[in-house]
Design a binder for this molecule. Structure first.
Ligand code: NAD
Ligand code: UFG
Length: 336
């Protein structure tokens, strides 16, 4: 199949492009490189041994998006392109709504014009806000706690209505929990700009000596060790989930929503201990105040994806840490 991957130069996109190519698909990437580098795609090509189409295009530029559809003529789209920094979205909400929501509207309009109505969409567990019940099921109410999260809720609603209006759309909405780790080769991985916001890249940068110590946000949560619990999922498991979601779309149209997580929660201290075992030395940390907007505990009920997609995240916490560490230690400055 000819598959267009928006945001394919980014962290999850590069891993998914590789999985798609390895499954024999023809892949092209549309990315404005706002948060990624071309080098990631060069490395995907080296790993797969196959060329990858690349369009340096912004979804906010409809004529250019049209050109991509004319030239590449995709049969399906995987839509990763979005801005994703929670704190920045609070500071610049209009930028986030414009990029994420308008970008998605432009993409859907181009898809409709070119009669490509097969889409796998990157959503997030952020659409559950502070969940009332754990593990979280797909039926849980949607609400967010910041503009980034609301942009995901809005994009999901737009897709729901598109399918209502034209049931020939084939849509799979994937709500990721906490994607971490890297490809086992250590050649592609997460390359955050500046000081990382997320736990895994922060810990690996402490371990490699780029940052002095980890600040653990809150030691007084109602959890076993007092630190926050999340459902970390290996990025290659996540990438394989996209392939499966694409393969399982109903040829006659449909709209499915799946949690992609492991169903297992680990605390911040569990993650620190796992890294210490793998790196072979202590990770210096201090426990500081809670980060505003964080919840105590968040993990998926992954049952629907298991049943309907016959997909399960198989890689465990040690493998997530090992692969994250291999990537960080082999590429201390990321793709630079
Ligand atoms: P990323 O920033 O590494 O990748 C996103 C890519 O989209 C980047 O390469 C960026 O340059 C590109 N992009 C952004 N705006 C664009 C635009 N207007 N036009 C063209 N390209 C554009 O992020 P990621 O971690 O790979 O996330 C991929 C998707 O998954 C995003 O939609 C994100 O919201 C979602 N998601 C990520 C996480 C996570 O923790 N990483 C969790 C849940 C959901
Ligand atoms: N944490 C620290 N110190 C840090 C960074 C994080 O203690 O320096 C803690 C957090 O408080 C939390 C856990 O580590 O308990 C995980 O935090 P992350 O920032 O790695 O991930 P979040 O669960 O906060 O959020 C991530 C993405 C969101 C997405 C959400 C659900 O950043 O965009 O997962 O998918 F919405």
């Amino acid at each position: 199949m000819r598959i267009l991957v928006t945001g394919g130069a980014g962290y999850i996109g590069t891993h998914t492009c590789l999985v798609l190519q390895q499954a024999g698909h023809d892949v092209a990437v549309l990315d404005n490189l706002a948060n990624s580098k071309r080098e990631g795609l060069t490395r995907v090509e080296a790993l797969s041994g196959r060329p990858l189409g690349f369009y340096h295009v912004d979804l906010l530029d409809p004529p250019e998006v049209d050109r991509v559809f004319r030239e590449f003529a995709p049969e399906a789209v995987l839509h990763f392109a979005a801005l994703k920094a929670v704190g920045e979205s609070v500071q610049f909400p209009a930028k986030y709504y414009q990029n994420n929501v308008t970008g998605t509207l432009n993409l859907c309009a181009a898809m409709d014009r070119h009669a490509v109505r097969t889409l796998v969409f990157s959503s997030s567990a952020t659409v559950y806000g502070a969940p009332e019940e754990i593990p979280i099921r797909e039926e849980a109410p949607l609400r967010a706690t910041n503009p980034y999260g609301w942009s995901k809720v809005m994009m999901e609603l737009i897709l729901t209505d598109l399918h209502r209006a034209d049931p020939t759309w084939r849509l799979s909405v994937l709500r990721y929990f906490n994607p971490v780790g890297a490809h086992q080769s250590g050649t592609i991985g997460e390359d955050p700009t500046g000081i990382p916001n997320n736990l895994f890249p922060y810990v690996t940068q402490v371990a490699v000596g780029k940052l002095d110590n980890l600040q653990i946000f809150g030691g007084d949560y109602p959890t076993a060790d007092g630190t926050g619990i999340r459902d970390y999922i290996h990025v290659v498991d996540l990438a394989e989930g996209h392939l499966r979601a694409l393969e399982r779309l109903d040829p006659n149209g449909g709209h499915q929503i799946y949690n992609l997580g492991t169903g297992r929660g680990y605390s911040v201290l569990d993650v620190v201990r796992a890294f210490e075992r793998i790196v072979g030395r202590a990770i210096p940390y201090e426990i500081v105040d809670r980060r505003s907007g964080d919840v105590a505990e968040c993990y998926a009920d992954p049952g629907r994806a298991r049943t309907a997609l016959q997909w399960e995240a198989g890689r465990d916490l040690d493998q997530m840490c090992e692969d994250a560490w291999r990537w960080q230690s082999q590429n201390p400055s990321g793709y630079a």
